[in-house]
Design a protein around this ligand. Sequence first.
Ligand code: ADP
Length: 172
Amino acid sequence: MTELEVIQGDITALAVDVIVNAANSTLLGGGGVDGAIHRAAGPELLAECQNIAERHGGCPAGEAVITGAYKLPCKRVIHTVGPIWRGGGAREPELLGSCYRKSLILAQKEGLESIAFPNISTGVYGYPKTLAVKTAVQTVKAALPAIPGIKRILFVCFDQENYALYTAELTI
Ligand code: ADP
């Protein structure tokens, strides 16, 4: 059984096995949750991300890569790149779903049992929160049979609006 939980707070404070970063495709850091994760982890995280970026040319939307967590209380960080909202006709739901699915599959492959997600793409990338929550929860639920090693999945909401949306979506 995998537990799904919703909490409100700062993802960088969580001592789960892995937290997910809503990165950008350069992997070189940014604002929002990405900036908070890099600040809390320290400069070694950026160095590891730079190394991946040099070898692989960054990370396209919908994909995920894993690094160490350095000064963070979690064990690892998965960096996934959400789609920028362009009105809904540019494969945004497919790419957002892919972020959640690929992050879960990567976590399972690495033997990680607890994972915390931020509300990917709902900040600077402008994805409507009411739509993003449905894709996030539906994708995670659909992936559960493929990830038996993952015991806890946390949706970490920073703002009250997302917290209310996730709470409602998960109690349906
Ligand atoms: P994106 O570019 O994917 O939209 P953002 O970082 O701008 O990424 O926003 C993604 C979500 O992360 C937003 O809902 C934002 O409120 C939230 N967020 C920002 N800082 C944190 C944090 N420290 N912990 C958890 N969530 C955060």
